[in-house]
Design a protein around this ligand. Sequence first.
Ligand SMILES: NC(=O)c1ccc[n+]([C@@H]2O[C@H](COP(=O)([O-])OP(=O)(O)OC[C@H]3O[C@@H](n4cnc5c(N)ncnc54)[C@H](O)[C@@H]3O)[C@@H](O)[C@H]2O)c1
Ligand SMILES: [Zn+2]
Length: 357
Amino acid sequence: MQNKLYIKDKKLNTSILIKKNHISNFIINIAKKNEKVFCILDSKININLNISRQKNIKIISVKCGERLKTFDRYKNLTEKLIRSDVNRKSVLVAIGGGTLGDLVGFVASTVLRGLDFFLIPTTLLSQVDSSIGGKNGINTPYGKNLIGTFYQPKDVLIDISILNSLPKREIRSGYAEIVKHALIKDYSFFCWLEKNADRLLNLNKYILEEAIYRSIMIKLFYVRKDEKEFLLNKNSRAMLNFGHTIGHALESHYNYKKLNHGEAISIGMVTEAKISNYLGLLSSNELERIITHFQKCKLKIFDNIIKEKLLIEKLVKDKKNFLDKINFSLIDKIGSSIFYKKLDKNNIYKILQYINV
Ligand SMILES: NC(=O)c1ccc[n+]([C@@H]2O[C@H](COP(=O)([O-])OP(=O)(O)OC[C@H]3O[C@@H](n4cnc5c(N)ncnc54)[C@H](O)[C@@H]3O)[C@@H](O)[C@H]2O)c1
Ligand SMILES: [Zn+2]
């Protein structure tokens, strides 16, 4: 990989720069071009931002994690911006993981009817997935991401040097989204991951940058084809939800405490792969191969709640479902996904009873 990589997407009017040790310069460049810059920073990130020369930057530090994505925290941040005289020429920069990016994107799209914003994702998960594609949102007690908008960031900076402080558990969480991209779209990427997962999880920079780049390109493929998730075919953006129907229900059931996003969707992917196998879509050999890879990488594959009726009730609350019918994005092969429409909730409950640990 070269020392920097620039992906400009004219259709989405967004650009992605992959470059190491570049965070301060990126922010300074934004400050030179804009009247006022509000940097919203994850308080856990210990970074020496060399930006004191720019007097038009204000830093707001916030505690991150899934509990950031609530009405209360949305209210706090928007009111703080308004008290700090935010205006139409102000821009927001989110420096943090997916929870911060999701909240700041929503704030940017609503405050003063829309401000430009920039993303500097600091977790592996946000670098390979959540910072790409313009979805944002907050959670409600009824389910995850039920309130939000589609709103593209202007520029995204992916700087892998920030990942050095990230706990192993969060690296694995991000890896889950990388495997998801391979499973839904790219068989050769999955084979590559089987060979390189160890080095990737140990943050080998060459392997990491290649995996991030390949993941971003898969995500962009779906976002370009179907930005607002209208399609109901193989090119639908909904394919990116593989593992998420079950995963979101698990996160919501545990009130966003026991499992992080990557852990929930890991269990979700294995469970949905088993459903696919039960429906005769995915072969048993391929299912075994997926489970073996997940186990080797220490990704979670099962949770007891999967067999409980209350999980089904959570599934019905998913945005994609109505009238007790549940839509799934499933895989029919490693590297190939399909839209599986309207499985009845009682039917799913029955299938889930057959699923083994
Ligand atoms: N918008 C989308 O398209 C999209 C896609 C996938 C996931 N998501 C959302 O992303 C969220 C998960 O994102 P996440 O996994 O980044 O979670 P996160 O933002 O909660 O970050 C995980 C933890 O790592 C800490 N952290 C962040 N950067 C760090 C660093 N460099 N060093 C040390 N600690 C650091 C955070 O404070 C937090 O405790 C979920 O809410 C999920 O729904 C959104
Ligand atoms: Zn996800």
